[in-house]
Design a protein around this ligand. Structure first.
Ligand code: ADP
Ligand code: ASP
Ligand code: MG
Length: 439
């Protein structure tokens, strides 16, 4: 059994959906096919939810109606027979009807919002299954809401998911939704934006699949952010650790947590392009390819916090006290650097920043810098391979670097910079570290 996950652009219009159908039916491999929402739909649902939380139902309803028009167009291009078109219309009537009912709830709350966000994947999978049936492909649709569960900490219940899902996999092709799940209260929830990758990895781990394939609009993990840097190239092989670092530190091709279940259950992950299916893509597993520096990624929205105190001098327990404050507010720390009189660290979730600052003030002077970016350089960067730091520092010699983290793991060197400098730094590092990258 192989998991095939197709992202938003891969199911972005009727033509692309048809291509997905042909990709999954051109061999005899049994598959669980995980689909995202049609590209743009989740963004629209987020917008609708925000309007409803601001009590602006009229504008929200207009957006729902305009989304419905887009789907009317989609099904008219997707289906060839009146029967399939009729079934598609019934699906649209059903789920757009539910969206309108939600929009009319006077005290629309966060729970209602999560229900709203789920319609993207519910629509794409239902419409796709009708296409498969109308073309005589023997597939089944299983709702992720019937098996994909998370615990009170938001962690997937992998063993439970496997127990529920395995007995249902009795067709060669099973279609299901990415992104959506149920929480311990039994309500509809989700795995955060971009979470369909995570769904695929969780399902792969839960049923001990042979491989997890993430199909998207690019031919694998590139060695730098292709949205910002021109000359980037796909990487043939990455270890789980390397891929996990890149995903966590901003390589948008993968959801930040998506490698972890695959890694834990040792299931290889292959990144493939729906636009160019013959391209080799990237294989993530236990093997690495030869280059020492493999890739660079950037994570925005970082806040740097510095705590300065002469009491730290020769004192023990200072770091413990500082970290406890972040622990108390369930805020995770990405980078840490220390000197004799100060600790600098970074967080990406500033929800509790004010309370954290109040607590930290008890230990010293607190300074906060917002709009920071972590630049993460990933590869087999063990210290014996001397010269890496020099190459990095030479590349960014004109750029003010706020923090450097080296030695925490053999895979990662991180720099903290002002977000305004991100494009400059990514390009400078590309030129300095990947001289042989071809056009
Ligand atoms: P999907 O909708 O299929 O989940 P995403 O948009 O989430 O696709 O991810 C694919 C996109 O990730 C690519 O189009 C590319 O612009 C972006 N991306 C960012 N960093 C990288 C990288 N290092 N390698 C490949 N793609 C990347
Ligand atoms: N549809 C969801 C999103 O746009 C999940 C995903 O595409 O992975 O975030
Ligand atoms: Mg994605």
């Amino acid at each position: 059994m192989i998991i095939y996950k197709f992202g938003g652009t891969s199911v972005g219009n009727a033509q692309r959906m048809k291509k997905v159908a042909s990709l999954i039916t051109n061999d005899d491999i049994s598959k669980v096919v995980v689909l995202s929402a049609v590209s743009g739909t989740t963004n629209t649902l987020v917008e609708i939810g925000e309007l409803l939380q601001k009590r602006k139902p009229e504008t929200a309803i207009k957006l729902i109606e305009s989304l419905r028009n887009d789907y009317n167009q989609l099904i008219s291009e997707l289906y060839d027979t009146p029967e399939a078109h009729k079934k598609g219309t019934e699906i649209l009537d059903k789920y757009f009807g539910q969206m309108l009912s939600l929009a009319n709830i006077p005290d629309f709350n966060l729970g209602n919002n999560k229900t709203m966000l789920a319609f993207g994947e519910i629509l794409s999978t239902n419409l796709f299954q009708i296409y498969m049936e109308s073309n005589n492909h023997d597939s089944q649709l299983i709702s992720a809401l019937d098996f994909m569960t998370i615990d009170a900490e938001g962690e997937p219940e992998i063993e439970e998911i496997g127990k529920k899902l395995k007995p249902q996999l009795n067709k060669r092709l099973t279609i299901t939704q990415g992104f959506i799940c149920r929480n311990p209260q039994g309500q509809t929830d989700n795995l955060k934006r971009g979470g369909s990758d995570y769904s695929a990895s969780i399902i792969g781990a839960a049923i001990q699949a042979e491989e997890i394939q993430i199909w998207t609009d690019i031919d694998g993990m590139h060695n730098n952010d292709p949205r910002i840097v021109k000359k980037t190239a796909p990487i043939a092989a990455l270890t789980f650790d390397e891929a996990a670092e890149l995903a966590y530190f901003g390589a948008k091709i993968l959801h930040p947590a998506s490698i972890l279940p695959a890694q834990k259950y040792k299931i290889p992950v292959r990144l493939k392009s729906t636009i160019n299916p013959d391209a080799e893509g990237t294989l993530i597993g236990s093997k690495t390819s030869s280059r020492d520096v493999k890739a660079i990624a950037a994570k925005d929205g970082i806040t740097a916090v510095k705590i300065k105190s002469s009491r730290m001098l020769l004192a023990y327990g200072f770091l413990k006290n500082i970290f406890e404050v972040f622990g108390q507010f369930k805020t995770s720390i990405d980078m840490v650097t220390t000197s004799e009189v100060a600790v600098s660290l970074t967080i990406d979730d500033d929800t509790h920043l004010e309370s954290i600052k109040t607590e930290l003030n008890k230990f010293g002077n607190v300074e906060v810098d917002i709009n920071q970016t972590i630049i993460c350089i990933v590869g087999d960067l063990i210290s014996e391979k001397s010269g890496i730091l020099k190459r990095i520092f030479d590349a960014v010699s004109d750029i003010p670097v706020r923090m450097v983290s080296y030695g925490g793991s053999r895979n990662n060197i991180s720099l903290l910079i002002d977000s305004k400098l991100k494009a400059d730094v990514l390009n400078a590092l590309n030129d300095g570290l990947f001289e042989n990258v071809k056009d």
